[in-house]
Write a protein that binds this ligand. Structure first.
Ligand code: IPE
Ligand code: IPE
Ligand code: MG
Length: 250
């Protein structure tokens, strides 16, 4: 008799124990490449293939929103050649995967500061959003040129402009109003934030939205992240007790 490891026979978490919104800090591409004596871009290329798999897996697990941190507002400090590689990979991803995403009912939305991105990328983003606007199976939020502090400042500026224009009074600014002016306006907050690569930090990701998220830090490098890792994070989440500041079990 071959014994089957318990993890394979344990039932998957009940649907009500699954997160509605999973956000992932996809980290470790450079280290993955370096460990193989490859240029960093090879890690990023492999990372895009893993994005594809993760989107499919999220769909099969009934997750409503998947947010992927792809390029931070601080990543502009990297060497110019790597920045160009990352911009090219976003172009490649949208061109190659848009048809499949559309077909699979995935709605694409890009969060982050857009005005300073190259024009062709802004057009590709607008195309991806428009082409998938009617979809509702899975919402895929790609965080590109995204930094939470920058997002919060831009939201504050938009609100200030509305107040200055007389559309709103300062006393009308509530948490709900503020939230609606973030790039993620209309989306539920992330329930689960996963970070790969072993780093245990938030790196300016979803600072407002992740106020009550559960965090799972995995030692796996992003290019090695597979369905079993995703499932392990979902199980870890399902076993957590969320309290939101309250008291449980009284
Ligand atoms: C994540 O991998 C991708 C981006 C931040 C764009 P990294 O490029 O940060 O890889 P490491 O952290 O150097 O290994
Ligand atoms: C966070 O990773 C940003 C993305 C995954 C896109 P970084 O590699 O930029 O974060 P730090 O510099 O290690 O904090
Ligand atoms: Mg990194």
């Amino acid at each position: 008799m071959v014994s089957v490891p318990a993890t394979l026979v344990e039932p998957a978490p009940a649907p009500e124990r699954l997160p509605r919104h999973v956000a992932i800090i996809m980290d470790g591409n450079g280290r993955w490449a370096r460990a193989r004596g490859l240029p960093r871009v090879e890690g990023h290329r492999r990372g895009v293939e893993v994005v594809r798999r993760a989107v499919r897996y999220a769909g099969t697990r009934g997750i409503e929103v998947l947010t992927l941190f792809s390029f931070s507002s601080e990543n502009w400090s990297r060497p110019e050649a790597e920045i160009q590689d990352l911009l090219n990979l976003l172009r490649f991803f949208i061109r190659r995967d848009l048809a499949e995403l559309k077909q699979n009912g995935v709605r694409v939305r890009v969060i982050g500061e857009r005005a300073s991105l190259p024009e062709d990328i802004r057009e590709l983003i607008a195309l991806a959003e428009a082409e998938t606007a009617e979809n509702s199976a899975l919402q895929l939020q790609v965080a590109f040129n995204y930094g939470a502090r920058d997002e919060i400042v831009r939201a504050a500026r938009r609100i200030a402009e509305r107040v200055a224009a007389g559309e709103m009074r300062p006393q009308d600014i509530s948490q709900d109003v503020f939230k609606a002016h973030l790039d993620t306006g209309g989306m539920p907050d992330p329930d689960l934030v996963i970070r790969t690569s072993g780093e245990k930090r938030i790196s300016n990701f979803l600072l407002w939205q992740a106020a009550y998220a559960e965090f799972v830090f995995l030692p796996v490098l992003w290019p090695d992240f597979g369905d079993p890792d995703f499932e392990a994070a979902l199980r870890e989440f399902a076993g957590r007790e969320r309290r939101f500041g309250g008291v449980v079990g009284e």
